[in-house]
Design a protein around this ligand. Sequence first.
Ligand code: NAD
Length: 494
Amino acid sequence: MAEHFLNLIGEEWAPARSGETFEDRNPARWSELLGAFPRSGPEDMDAAVKTARAAYRVWRATPPPRRGEIVLRAGLLLEERKEELARTMTREMGKVVEEARGDVQEAIDMAFFAAGLGRRPFGEAIPSELPDKFCFTWREPVGVVGIITPWNFPVAVPSWKLFPALMAGNAIVFKPAEDSPLCGQRLVEVLLEAGLPPGVLNLVQGTGEEAGAALVAHPDVSCISFTGSTEVGRQIATECGRSLKRVGLELGGKNAIVVMDDADLELAVDGAVWAAFGTTGQRCTAASRMIVQRGVAADFVDALKQRAEGLRVGDGLQEGVQVGPIVNERQLRRVHGYTAVAREERATVLTGGEVLGEGPLGEGWFYSPTIFTDVRPEMRVAREEIFGPSTSVLVADSLEQALEYANSTIYGLSLSIYTNDVRRAFTAMRELEAGIVYVNAPTIGAEIQLPFGGVKQTGNGHREAGSTAMDEFTEWKSIYVDYSGRLQRAQIDT
Ligand code: NAD
């Protein structure tokens, strides 16, 4: 009998009004059911938004340092539960447990970082052009924030949104991905235990089309913070545009590692293996393109192939497994579909390209680490996000051509270059069209104290974390106090 989980609206844990549920299964062994979750709709969302609106009044009046104490306690609780939560994560969405620990650690880091924001400036004092007039700015919360997140970082990504949004004084309705509802629930439980007042954070589970869309469309939601695919992000932006609702979008990527002929090749291959096949390639920052200078292309490809073929695929809870399953059957078909596309486009499937269904892998959604060679920049496998353990190798003749290839997609999240030539490194830092650039490190590895986000169709100009953590969740208010006792006209009484 499956455990039945509930939505949290105010103080009340409740099923969906419709009574319907959806199942949460282990992608490494789909016979294992983690639980049944409410399949919520517009009525559930409406109740959650109303509750959040009421709680907002109290929470926005709570001094930021007091908010910070709660977020800090949440970080400490996450630290205590790190192992348990990491194992839940591996069972729920498949990433190997070592990486799942990293996911929880990122949320801990974010909690500690965000908690400190409560004692940092919320504005600045700015001189007036007139005497006896005092001017300052102040950050204010936006109101009720709707948070919609993907399954691939089921604790870390929500934490980048939840903690800063709470620190800013907003109330929240949170809809986790339908492939990771349990991680979402555990994170909410931690915040409640840390002392968050009822109603400030509401949890509504469900599908994107039903629960997600209802949250986006709700007139009393002031801001939507979304991380997910570019396709869904575009729909959400369109809907938010109708009511001029504030919206922060963190979307897809088609990240690349550029390897120049002067690079430390072993280091570049280490980085390439980690960035292409870590998290089974299911990272928004995964390197799904390798752009290699011709002189070292053969050596690089040989080494990458050998390393990819040596990776151990399996259940992420098992010792020694390096690549876990793909999150679900639909995504497995999509990834495999791209191998067919590569063949149609006359790229070479150098290694991998197979659904792994034998023996202990027979009950999960496993795919072999895959490398495409003879890839040209105009091919679909070089342009579209695959979101699986498949990477394409492109050969470039010069730095200029490599950078042109790197910039030749609609995305702009994370790009990297391996070179020991300082001129090439600085040229790349300037020319690469991405929100995040790495030199002599792979496309993954962001730290929470730096802004995170992308350019072009990876987003809409917002950055999360770092010094920008609260920007998405606050409005600036400019305040002028005239204590001269007379009318002073700006720009006129000079
Ligand atoms: P997805 O877009 O399918 O779903 C993301 C979330 O949106 C889920 O909670 C889903 O239920 C919800 N959703 C779906 N349709 C909706 C709709 N019409 N209205 C409202 N909500 C809706 O993405 P996914 O498969 O969960 O995640 C993978 C994608 O996320 C990849 O494209 C990846 O690059 C991207 N991603 C980006 C970042 C980043 O920071 N840029 C980080 C992680 C993942």
